[in-house]
Structure formats: C-alpha cells, structure tokens
Ligand binder design. Structure first.
Ligand SMILES: Cc1cc2nc3c(=O)[nH]c(=O)nc-3n(C[C@H](O)[C@H](O)[C@H](O)COP(=O)(O)OP(=O)(O)OC[C@H]3O[C@@H](n4cnc5c(N)ncnc54)[C@H](O)[C@@H]3O)c2cc1C
Length: 310
C-alpha cells in the first residue's frame, strides 16, 4: 500500500464504510480507523435497512468490510485515531493510540456521536433493549402492549418533542405515561399540552430494572412504589466523539455536530468531509449510508485520477 493514502476515514461503521465502498470503485486508496464502538452496539437487530431487516448489525458491517478487503485498496486500523494536523502541502497526518503516524490527501470524519446517559440506576443496562430512542426502529416489536412510558428529560423535556415521541409510541401501545422525574417545571409545561391516552407522573425515579420474566421494564420510585411498563422512550443527550473536528478547526452547529455542505458533505476545512451521525440531525443507518456515499463521490472528484486500471 502507498505511504500516502488518498483518503483517511475516521470511523468505520455505516457512514465510513459506505464512503469507502464508493471510493474504491474509483480506484482511490483508503485507510479506515475504527475503535469499534458504533452507536447501535447495544442492539442485536438492524432495522430500516433494505435486505437486512432484523439481522445482526455487526454482520451487516462485516459483510461490507470483507468486500472492501477484497478490493485491495482499503486498509484498516482497529483502534482510535487521536490527533490530526494539516501539513503545509495540504496533506493530513493522523496519529493513533499506538502512536503510529499515517498520511492522507483527504479526510472523512465518520466518527458518530457519544450518547450521555442520564444518572439513573439501571438506565445503561436497559438502553437499546427496553429503553428506545426511536419508535420507527423499535416500536413494531412491541405492538399490542398495554402501557409504555416516556422519560421527559433532556431533549424529551421540551413539550414539542415530548408529544411527537409520545404519539410515535401510541401507534404500538394503548397509553403512554410521561415521567418528569420530579421536575415541577417540566410537569407544568406538559400539563398544557397533554392529550388523550397520555398521562403525567411526577414521582422521582430511583432505578430502572428488567423483571425476571424479561417482558418489560420496571420503574422503582423514591417512594418505594413500582410501575411495570412494556418499554420506555428516551433520547440521551449526544455529543460528537473526540477532539478531532476541533483539532482540524471544523465549524460546528450546536445540537447537530460538524457543519457540512450538501450534497457532498464538505466541511469548513478544505480537504475534510464528514458523514453520518456526527454531522446530521437525521441519525439513522440509511441517512449515514447515503451521506457516506455522497461524501465518497465528492472526495473522489476533488482528487486527481489515480492510475488507469484496465
Ligand atoms: C440502540 C440503537 C439501535 C439502533 N438501531 C438502528 C436501526 O435498527 N436502524 C437504523 O437505521 N438506525 C439505528 N440506530 C441509529 C444508528 O446506529 C446510527 O444512526 C448509525 O450507527 C450512525 O452511523 P455512523 O457511521 O455515522 O456512526 P457509528 O455507527 O456510531 O460509528 C462510528 C464509529 O466511529 C468510531 N470512532 C469514533 N471516534 C473514532 C476515532 N477517533 N478513531 C477511530 N474510530 C473512531 C466508533 O468506535 C464507531 O465504530 C440505532 C441507534 C441505537 C442507539
């Protein structure tokens, strides 16, 4: 492999892999860094993906990684890229946790986001299995259940978001309880927008647990009372992973991440592109794949042609 790669990709999940699948077809070399913590790691099924419905998300990625390996144009580093700098010749140097240095002509940022769980006992253990951020991904598996809950915390404490997400859940259950976790301001705001089949519970939450039969989630309140639910809806706060966008000087948009210009998803730094959750409010696999593929086209067009292959 050449010493200088055409493209260094930081993040080898749905967005990064799609970009590399586009780039190798135009004979461009790529180096993909991946520290192996994709956002859907807590899930055992992939949804919203043509041809892969209900299958293992890790197998989904591995199939494409095997295609990329067969191309002979893509290398992988299975750990974290820690620092990046742009040289005077316009190329980029990346250093990884093993302190190896790598060089590329272009960079694609596809590092996803980190989710910040609320400080509630049992939240982390149940996120992705009984606490769902997206009803389009998870709701159908729970259809016909009686009662679900929604944690009205973080972004879901804003009444507009609370109601949209509660209505999403009402497609699958008879009723949804909105839990304010003792926040009287949120309780007051939600009282003004409450609808049929929704109710508010303002008790403080002590912990979340899976019942022995595994059929739902149990909320235990500070009072010692318990409530059993089919599932909970909640969206944890998110932030773009790591310091690399800042090291490059990429312009950021609050709540969204790295600022990109569609359709090819260039960033404010020449030669740097971004794709997927780290630069979009539409955080799902089809969107990450689409953005990665378009970024791949834009990067290929920004590079001189490689050696003609016959
Ligand atoms: C529980 C759960 C289930 C989900 N299920 C679905 C679903 O069924 N269908 C759907 O459409 N969407 C689903 N989503 C959303 C989906 O997971 C994301 O939208 C998608 O993974 C985004 O892809 P991405 O490539 O942008 O980022 P990610 O998949 O998050 O991948 C980013 C990768 O970059 C790596 N990385 C980060 N920083 C560095 C670094 N400095 N160096 C090297 N590597 C780095 C990470 O380790 C990670 O592997 C789910 C989300 C959650 C939380």
């Amino acid at each position: 492999m050449p010493k200088t790669y055409d493209v260094i990709i930081i993040g080898g999940s749905h967005a990064g892999i799609s970009a590399a699948l586009t780039l190798y077809r135009a004979f461009h070399t790529c180096l993909i860094f991946d520290s192996g913590k994709p956002r859907d790691a807590a899930s055992d099924k992939v949804r919203l993906t043509n041809g892969w419905e209900g299958q293992d998300p890790q197998a989904f990625r591995a199939t494409s990684v095997a295609d990329l390996e067969r191309s002979g144009l893509v290398d992988f580093v299975s750990h974290k890229a820690t620092t990046i700098s742009k040289n005077s010749d316009g190329n980029f140097d990346v250093v990884d946790v093993a302190e190896s240095k790598w060089t590329g002509r272009r960079v694609l940022l596809a590092m996803g986001v980190e989710e910040k769980y609320p400080d509630i006992d049992g939240y982390a253990e149940n996120y992705g299995s009984l606490i769902y951020h997206c009803m389009f991904c998870f709701g159908n598996d729970k259809k016909g259940s009686s009662v679900a809950g929604l944690l009205a915390m973080g972004i879901l404490a804003h009444p507009q978001h609370t109601i949209i997400n509660a209505r999403d859940a009402l497609k699958f259950v008879d009723s949804v309880t909105l839990y304010t976790n003792g926040d009287s301001q949120v309780e007051k705001a939600l009282s003004g927008v409450i609808e049929d089949r929704l109710s508010i519970d303002s008790r403080r939450i002590k912990s979340l647990a899976k019942p022995y039969d595994g059929t739902g989630i149990v909320i235990e309140f500070d009072t010692g009372e318990k409530q059993s639910l089919a599932f909970l809806v909640h969206k944890p706060d998110i932030e773009v992973s790591g310091a690399i966008p800042e090291q490059l000087g990429c312009e950021m948009i609050p709540e969204i991440g790295i600022k990109v210009t569609p359709p090819f998803n260039s960033t404010s730094v020449e030669g740097v592109f971004a794709a997927g959750d780290c630069c979009s409010p539409l955080r799902n696999i089809p969107s990450a794949m689409s953005m990665g593929s378009f970024a791949g086209c834009g990067i290929a067009r920004s590079l001189p042609p490689g050696p003609l292959k016959k």
